[in-house]
Design a protein around this ligand. Structure first.
Ligand SMILES: Nc1nc2c(ncn2[C@@H]2O[C@H](COP(=O)(O)OP(=O)(O)OP(=O)(O)O)[C@@H](O)[C@H]2O)c(=O)[nH]1
Length: 314
């Protein structure tokens, strides 16, 4: 604890004003009773014009309601209440145009004061700009979920998505189709034309997925030359023509690649989530069996694996 007797009243006022992060005093009803600090205008707008107003005066009803709720939580619990929230200068009525132009992510550290201010319970709310770490967090998440070569989702993200859609299927019976496909004789392509041409074939395949599939479909690179397309809300009847169109378009684009000689084709295995499946792995296994059958039947085709009682391998 600082020995405040070393400083004059004016010096303490000056020190509080120089604090880089803004420290608001909010009353329970949402009044901006006071503001200390917030001197770093690289990160903050000057909020001094807010003092005397209420949160409801400056924010939308929904936002204001959220702030009042957080103040109540902090007042009703001991210690620090920590929250994260986005806010832009435009969200707050009455701020000038200085300060950062974009949305700012804040970490709010909120604590009950233990005494009343202007006749009400009050909290200290320190708002720290965490936009840079939020941005980094988003970037890291993106890297951890993306396949570097093709830009498609990677295996980790695919498994997460398959699991989410399996849960939807198990709970609500929502249909989801799953296609596994790979490039035929890809090892030969690498051997004949080189690894870089192989990479180019994988990238082209990914581009076709992005171009041909609906935005709600979810293509991913499983690894090597294997791709998976999750088609949510898609029955097998709808999935078959989509898979077929993808097969034709990939072959067409790979033929157009000068570097691959006569081009290359793909083989795929298609299945769908079914009642009785215990996890998303069941549908992946069926699609994989179908892919194996497509290879056995001569490649450059899509095979389907649905249960025997329906219309097994087509
Ligand atoms: N260029 C390139 N090749 C890769 C990459 N990852 C895996 N591979 C190669 O992909 C090939 C996959 O071949 P296989 O799975 O054996 O099958 P295939 O030759 O496609 O034969 P079929 O699937 O039976 O038609 C292997 O030779 C791997 O070395 C990659 O990122 N880039």
């Amino acid at each position: 604890m600082a020995d405040v007797s070393l400083f004059s009243h004016d010096q303490i006022v000056g020190l509080l004003a120089a604090l880089p992060d803004p420290a608001f005093i909010f009353t329970r009803s949402g009044r901006y009773a006071a503001l200390f600090g917030g001197a770093d205008n690289r990160y903050y707008h000057d909020g001094s014009s807010l003092v005397g107003k209420t949160i409801a005066d400056v924010l939308s009803d929904e936002r204001a309601g959220w702030f009042i709720q957080q103040i109540a939580i902090a007042l009703d619990q001991p210690g620090m209440h920590v929250v994260e929230y986005p806010l832009s200068g435009r969200d707050v009525r009455g701020l000038d145009n200085d300060g950062p132009p974009d949305v700012i992510w804040f970490e709010g550290r909120v604590r009950a004061l233990g005494y009343q201010v202007q006749g009400e319970d009050a909290v200290l709310w320190i708002a720290s700009n965490i936009t840079a770490s939020k941005r980094l967090e988003k970037q890291l998440r993106m890297f951890s979920e993306t396949d570097a070569l093709t830009g498609l989702a990677n295996r980790r993200k695919l498994m997460q998505m398959l699991n989410e859609h399996y849960e939807m299927h198990a709970r609500y019976g929502t249909p989801s189709a799953v296609l596994i496909f790979d490039i035929d004789e890809f090892k030969g392509i690498n051997d004949r034309y080189g690894h870089l041409c192989g990479d180019q074939a994988l990238q082209t395949t990914a581009e076709v997925c992005r171009a041909v599939l609906r935005s709600t479909d979810f293509p991913a690179r499983l690894g090597g030359d294997e791709f998976v397309v999750l088609m949510p809300h898609t029955t097998r009847e709808l999935a078959q023509p989509i898979a077929e169109r993808l097969r034709l378009r990939v072959a067409e684009e790979l033929r157009l690649l000068q570097s691959l000689g006569d081009g290359a084709t793909i083989s795929g295995g298609l299945s769908e989530m079914l009642p009785g499946d215990h996890s998303f792995e069941d549908v992946l296994k069926r699609a994989d069996v179908a892919l194996y059958n497509a290879k056995r039947q001569g490649r450059n085709r899509i095979a389907c694996h649905f249960p025997v009682s329906l219309d097994a391998e087509l």
